[in-house]
Design a protein around this ligand. Structure first.
Ligand code: SAM
Length: 213
């Protein structure tokens, strides 16, 4: 990315939009080390959690796991904070950020045992596909962030998005990737808000996951 654009994005990102002890502040030149935020815990990252119901349910069940959520929409972040307080959770923190802007410059490497991306925008039009989050560069970033044997999970209701991901996962030789799987259901994770709507509409859902070597 052009340095001027990066500079502009950083100045937007560093603006404080909300104050809460549940937020992680990001600063240029300082990588977030998740294991300092949650000592002695395995750490789970959710990108675009929306209203946060998946992470809240997981955090209630798994006190030994730390959850970091990255969400750009303030109203959704406020809603998640309300639920963190309501459930008195000590193991969730949120970063207010557009992860398509700066993602590779935020965390120390090999810090998450699991990363979840549920129903990102599908950008269905051909000319907009370049905006899709899950692409080759993003996959390299994810592989840097996962610990050995760590898992990345993705869900979409857009068949074209799922097929294009499977195509590049087959084609690209990701030396750090162990294997990847595709399924039409994923019973072992809580169902997200968007997923519930799509299940009610009887939409076909696509789940893809891969592991780091
Ligand atoms: C379709 S919603 C899905 C929400 C939730 N994962 C679910 O399954 O119900 C996509 C969410 O990702 C967030 N999001 C999309 N792109 C993002 C980005 N680049 N950075 C941060 N959040 C993003 C949106 O604000 C929204 O909350």
């Amino acid at each position: 990315m052009n340095e001027d654009i990066k500079e502009k994005l950083w100045s937007i990102v560093e603006r404080k939009t909300l104050e809460s002890p549940h937020l992680i502040e990001i600063k240029r030149g300082t990588l977030i080390n998740p294991s300092l935020l949650f000592p002695e815990k395995k750490i789970f990252l959710e990108l675009g959690p929306g209203w946060g119901e998946v992470a809240i349910e997981l955090a209630i069940k798994n006190e030994n796991v730390g959850y970091i959520l990255v969400e750009k929409k303030i109203n959704r972040v406020k809603h998640i904070i309300k639920n963190i307080n309501k459930n008195n959770l000590k193991n969730i923190k949120i970063i207010v950020l557009n992860f398509n802007w700066i993602f590779e410059d935020i965390f120390t490497t090999e810090c998450f045992y699991e990363i979840l991306l549920n129903f990102p925008d599908p950008w269905p039009k051909l000319r907009h596909r370049k905006h899709r989050t899950f692409n080759v560069e993003f996959t390299h970033n994810i592989l840097k962030l996962l610990t050995t044997n760590g898992r990345f999970r993705f869900a979409t209701d857009h068949g074209g998005y799922a097929r294009s991901v499977l195509r590049f996962l087959r084609k690209e030789k990701f030396s750090q990737m162990k294997d990847f799987h595709f399924a039409l259901n994923r019973p072992e994770l809580p169902v997200s808000y968007f997923e519930t709507i799509k299940i009610k509409e009887k939409s076909k859902l696509y789940y893809i996951e891969f592991y780091k070597k």
